[in-house]
Design a protein around this ligand. Structure first.
Ligand code: ZN
Length: 238
């Protein structure tokens, strides 16, 4: 298995779905929560609705995964407490969508990996599942987190990939706007906007099978810089 395949399959930077009735194209999926937004809240950024298949079978797999790892048999994501940042280890978006849609077992278990959002290098925000659907993107936190993948190749050096994203204006602007909107919508504290590399230390981390993350995407120091930009986006909307 290539490094990319390993990363996409095992590293679980996202999950997949079958959306026969969800429609396609630009716009928001039907049935999204419409929590009362305050006038000072950051508006929802424009997103490209590009759903992966997430039908009955995958929902059942996600519910069973949740039972094994979290002790609650459900595929629904309610009141998420954490936003987890990732990068794709790919140069483009296409293979990521395909990998998440494929529903290939990861670490020997179904469903396959996915994430709710993927932010492309040009700033396009792709939404791959409804917000109230669990995705396998971070061991120990899938029951209570939203995953945001950013398109970025692996780089040499521990911080190389994170910093490439931080330096890519359109992408970082889109990702931080998305984060600011989600953070306010769900009242998520800034300390719970974390990188995948920080997941094992989250107060919300839970895995009944003893699984742990071994990922190094979005290191703590780079996440601090990211949080500062999110804070700035929020300040600008007050
Ligand atoms: Zn990751």
């Amino acid at each position: 298995m290539s490094r990319l395949a390993t990363i996409l399959a095992a590293a679980a930077c996202a999950l997949a779905v079958f959306a026969v009735t969800l429609g396609t194209g630009v716009g928001a999926p039907a049935g999204e929560p419409t929590a009362a937004a305050r006038a000072t809240d950051v508006p929802k950024p424009r997103t490209d609705w590009d759903p992966i298949p997430y039908g009955k079978g995958r929902k059942r797999q996600m519910a069973n995964y949740s039972q094994r790892h979290y002790g609650d048999r459900t595929w629904r994501l309610r009141n998420p407490k954490v936003i987890v940042l990732h990068y794709t280890a790919t140069a483009t978006y296409g293979p990521v969508h395909n990998a998440f849609a494929a529903n290939t077992p990861s670490l020997g278990e179904k469903p396959g990996v996915c994430s709710q959002f993927v932010v492309d290098k040009d700033g396009t925000i792709h939404q791959l599942t409804r917000l109230e659907v669990r995705c396998r993107h971070t061991i120990g936190l899938n029951q209570t987190s939203i995953g945001i993948e950013m398109v970025q190749e692996g780089r040499s050096g521990k911080h190389g990939a994170d910093r490439a994203i931080l330096g890519r204006k359109k992408q970082i602007r889109a990702a931080t706007k998305l984060t600011a909107w989600l953070k306010q919508r769900y009242r998520i504290g800034m300390r719970n906007v974390i990188g995948h590399s920080m997941a094992n230390d989250s107060r919300y981390f839970k895995d009944l099978e003893g699984w742990r993350n071994d990922h190094v995407d979005w290191l703590r120091g780079d996440v601090r810089k990211y949080r500062k930009i999110v804070a700035k986006v929020i300040r600008k909307h007050r």
